[in-house]
Design a binder for this molecule. Structure first.
Ligand SMILES: [Zn+2]
Length: 166
């Protein structure tokens, strides 16, 4: 299923549950989101290696995007290629200039952990939120290929952002 189709499914499911899809937000509408965008923009401005990943207009692009908090699931155990827990922290719908943030993921709960598995890439709270947004910014700017069905590619982009920006 395409991400757009998947989003429609979420909308329908969300309408039936109390913890459904939250309204469309601008970057400054939520305190944690606002701080994360400000922090992400600062990482891009201060680190050449980071601004190289995104090119010009990175901060403007983050501030022009729409945002939604949506439930996309708690960490799941994946058996392939090796057994490990993973969680979707966010997803981007490039065509709609929209970043979806998982209301059950590490953006909301940066210390989320199962047994010895953490989902924070060694980053704490504010840094982790900025990191999550920067990964999605790569998709928003068309610099990263879609990776929703490709954990290895997603991991590669996360590693690039981690190494270039933090
Ligand atoms: Zn990605």
């Amino acid at each position: 299923m395409s991400l757009a189709g998947w989003f429609l499914t979420i909308l329908i499911l969300g309408a039936q549950s109390k913890a459904g899809v939250q309204k469309l937000l601008r970057w400054s509408d939520d305190p944690d989101l606002r701080q994360a965008v400000v922090d992400a923009a600062e990482h891009v401005a201060k680190q050449k290696s980071c601004s190289k990943v995104f090119g010009p207009r990175a901060a403007e692009t983050l501030k022009a995007a729409g945002y939604r908090f949506v439930p996309m699931g708690r960490p799941q155990l994946r058996m392939f290629p090796t057994p490990q827990y993973s969680v979707v922290n966010a997803a981007t719908i490039h065509e709609q200039n929209l970043i979806l943030i998982n209301s059950e993921g590490a953006f909301f709960e940066p210390r989320l952990a199962i047994e010895a598995a953490y989902f924070n890439y060694g980053l704490k709270d504010r840094k982790l939120r900025a990191f999550i947004l920067l990964h999605e910014l790569g998709h928003l700017m068309g610099r990263f290929e879609p990776d929703a069905d490709n954990p290895a590619l997603s991991r590669k982009y996360s590693d690039l952002v981690r190494e270039s920006c933090f």
